[in-house]
Design a protein. Structure first.
Ligand code: C5P
Length: 219
């Protein structure tokens, strides 16, 4: 592991289970956990609250630069408000995907993400953790699952049936966001040549966590 950072980078598309797997791996190893998507979601929410358009690159970047956010006790705070639930809405997910396409916004959030790494070690999930934020991560994982399985997981999470109009909308939102994340010019979502592929279509959470821990112990 010499020359490598004490980081496990877990990148992959939305609703792939990255967050659950990453936070459990972090707990098992005593590492900190960074949900980088939450920073993009917070930026989108903050812009909306400040009435800055998601397409206004300079305006949104200025907000991202001084994002008054903190992560504490499993909750996400913006200024003095607990926004843990608000940032999880599909609308804010789409906003996050929009502001994430702006290079100045990504730049504004770069150092903030790197600052999460301490001597404890870090598990970070996102889209560009292994490619841009921590290119020297000790382990890189590309975690994915079929779009249908991801939509089913999201539906169950919010208590909806896995069929019908609402479900179709969840599935098409996921597909639209995948497409936007893959096609964008800056830091597009892709599997790196040095990343391990973890397809969880047929795996449960415990199996996925075990796989990552096994890889990490063998690097
Ligand atoms: O992972 P999550 O679904 O919370 O991320 C929300 C959006 O933020 C993604 O669709 C993606 O466009 C963006 N994102 C990103 N880079 C990251 C994490 C998230 O571009 N490292």
């Amino acid at each position: 592991m010499s020359g490598k950072q004490k980081v496990i980078a877990i990148d992959g598309p939305s609703a792939s289970g990255k967050g659950t797997v990453a936070s459990r791996v972090a707990a098992a190893l005593g590492f900190d956990y960074l949900d980088s998507g939450a920073l993009y979601r917070l930026t989108a929410l903050y812009a909306r609250k400040q009435q800055v358009e998601w397409t206004d690159e300079a305006g949104v970047a200025a907000l991202a630069e001084n994002l008054p956010a903190k992560f504490a006790d499993g909750s996400v705070w913006l200024e003095e408000e607990d926004v843990s639930a608000q940032i999880r809405s599909e609308a804010i997910g789409m906003g996050a995907s929009a502001v994430a396409q702006l290079p100045k916004v990504r730049e504004a959030l770069l150092q903030r993400q790197r600052d999460f790494l301490t001597e404890k070690g870090l598990v970070a999930d996102g889209r560009d953790i292994g490619s841009v934020i921590f290119p020297d991560a000790a382990l890189k994982v590309f975690l994915t699952a079929s779009a249908r399985v991801r939509a089913e997981r999201r539906a169950k999470q919010i208590g909806l049936p896995c069929e019908g109009l609402e479900f179709d909308r969840i599935l098409s939102d996921i597909e639209a966001r995948d497409e936007a994340d893959r096609r964008r010019a800056v830091a597009p979502l892709r599997q790196l040549p040095d990343a391990q592929l973890l397809d969880t279509t047929e795996l449960n959470i415990e199996e996925a966590v075990k796989k990552v821990l096994d890889w990490y112990h063998n690097v």
